[in-house]
Design a protein around this ligand. Structure first.
Ligand SMILES: [Zn+2]
Ligand SMILES: [Zn+2]
Length: 421
């Protein structure tokens, strides 16, 4: 590594202070202690992300306006819109889940898309709107909750479940939705937040040799700017000069919040699995399904890949998340020093996996929206679905509240000098 100046960064996962040399085009810098991705260099990243998002915006509108899925049932044709799953849940007296689905497949994606356009557009021309940094920070926070990709999997599962019941067609909106999703995934792949932050305000630079004396610097957990731990004006909190986030050395009360969300999720896990999630009436026959009987049903119908997918997303993942998080919380409480890298990777894995458990909630909403042909065929969501949706949300919040930097705090405190150079 050269002895020149580089970007000064604290790893967001393990808090190691390091100097990043200038990256080659297309290069990725990883933390030398925990292997977290610190920065990627994308050619014209913000510009390309802007263009892709701009192309996605009208398609997202089309996806919401036109018929999405059309189902031909003995009792008549049923046409649904993208958001019908949300309305169906609201109509069946499940306001919390209905609003949650509305938030995950409409409000959050719309908000992220709008902010990206408002921030990246002017930024590509060297300008910025007032408050743009704050907006972008907020959008970064919201990104995991924009669940169009998970929704697509839900649509696929619903489609396969309905195929035997009736003929089903994809409407214009479905293809617009697919195109929106592809463009947004591509935009996400080229958008490198550190490049956006760099344009809002330069990352602090330092020479490698200065690391020792800079050990006391704080890092903003949102935009990763490093700053001097100056005492804030009386009655105020220390704020990041670049993105405006409140800066703490460690997330205050993160452990307590994480435990609270985790325990609430654990308490709801049993009802989520015991209570029925939906009632299916088809040609005079009525049966109720729990999450596991739904999986069993898929397996009996010979749809093994889907049965395995739903079993993992709805049953295994919540258990892995809850036991994994409980283990992380206990290990931090006990001040364990072993397997820090593995524990950090475990948290990254749990954090990534969390949102995919939402599939079943989307499937139930979609089925309830599509199958409403009276005595011939009706699917009604049941309370188990609400309990399950809350388990997913609560475990996501529990995982987000856990500050992985605590794993690296040895009982004697962090020690940057011991890190390999
Ligand atoms: Zn690290
Ligand atoms: Zn910041």
């Amino acid at each position: 590594m050269s002895e020149g100046f580089g970007s000064l960064l604290r790893c967001p996962d393990c808090d190691l202070l390091q100097v990043l040399p200038p990256l080659p085009r297309g290069g990725t810098a990883r933390c030398r202690r925990c292997r977290a991705v610190l920065a990627r260099r994308r050619r014209h990243g913000p510009e390309n992300a802007y263009l892709l998002t701009l192309a996605a915006a009208p398609l997202f509108l089309i996806a919401n306006l036109f018929p999405f899925l059309i189902l031909d049932l003995p009792g008549g044709e049923q046409s649904s819109r993208l958001l019908s799953a949300s309305w169906a849940l609201l109509e069946h007296d499940m306001p919390v889940v209905g609003l949650l689905v509305f938030f995950l497949v409409f409000l959050a994606p719309l908000a992220v898309l709008t902010v990206d356009l408002l921030v990246l557009g002017p930024l590509s021309h060297g300008r910025r709107l007032p408050g743009a940094a704050r907006l972008f920070r907020w959008a970064e926070h919201l990104r995991p909750w924009a669940m169009l990709d998970v929704y697509l999997l839900g649509i696929m599962v619903a489609y396969v479940k309905l195929r035997d019941m009736a003929s089903i067609e994809f409407g214009t909106a479905f293809f617009a939705f697919l195109a929106t999703l592809l463009l947004l995934v591509a935009a996400d792949a080229v958008l490198e937040p550190s490049q956006v932050w760099e344009r809002f305000g330069r990352q602090t630079r330092a020479a490698l040799g200065a690391l020792r004396s800079l050990g006391g610097l704080l890092s903003c957990h949102r935009c990763r700017q490093v700053l001097l731990p100056r005492p804030p004006p009386p009655g105020q909190e220390l704020r990041c000069p670049r993105c405006g986030a409140v800066v703490h050395r460690r997330e205050p009360a993160g452990i307590a919040r994480s435990w609270a969300y985790l325990l609430a999720a654990a308490a709801l896990y049993l009802p989520a699995n015991i209570l029925p999630v939906m009632t299916v009436t088809f040609l005079g026959e009525t049966r109720t399904d729990t999450i596991l009987s739904g999986v069993h049903e898929l397996a009996l119908a010979g749809m093994w890949p889907l049965a395995v997918l739903v079993f993992f997303a709805s049953f295994v993942v919540p258990i892995v998340k809850m036991t994994g998080l409980a283990y992380l919380l206990v290990s931090v409480r006990l001040g364990r020093g072993a397997a820090r890298g593995a524990r950090t990777r475990l948290h990254r894995f749990i954090d990534y996996l969390g949102r995919w458990s939402m599939i079943d909630v989307f499937v139930i909403g979609l089925l309830a929206a599509l199958v409403t042909a009276g005595e011939f065929a009706t699917i009604t969501p049941e309370p188990g679905a609400a309990a399950f949706a809350l388990v997913v949300v609560l475990t996501m919040l529990a995982s987000a509240s856990f500050d992985t930097r605590l794993i690296w705090d040895s009982p004697r405190g962090t020690d940057d000098r011991r890190a390999p150079a």
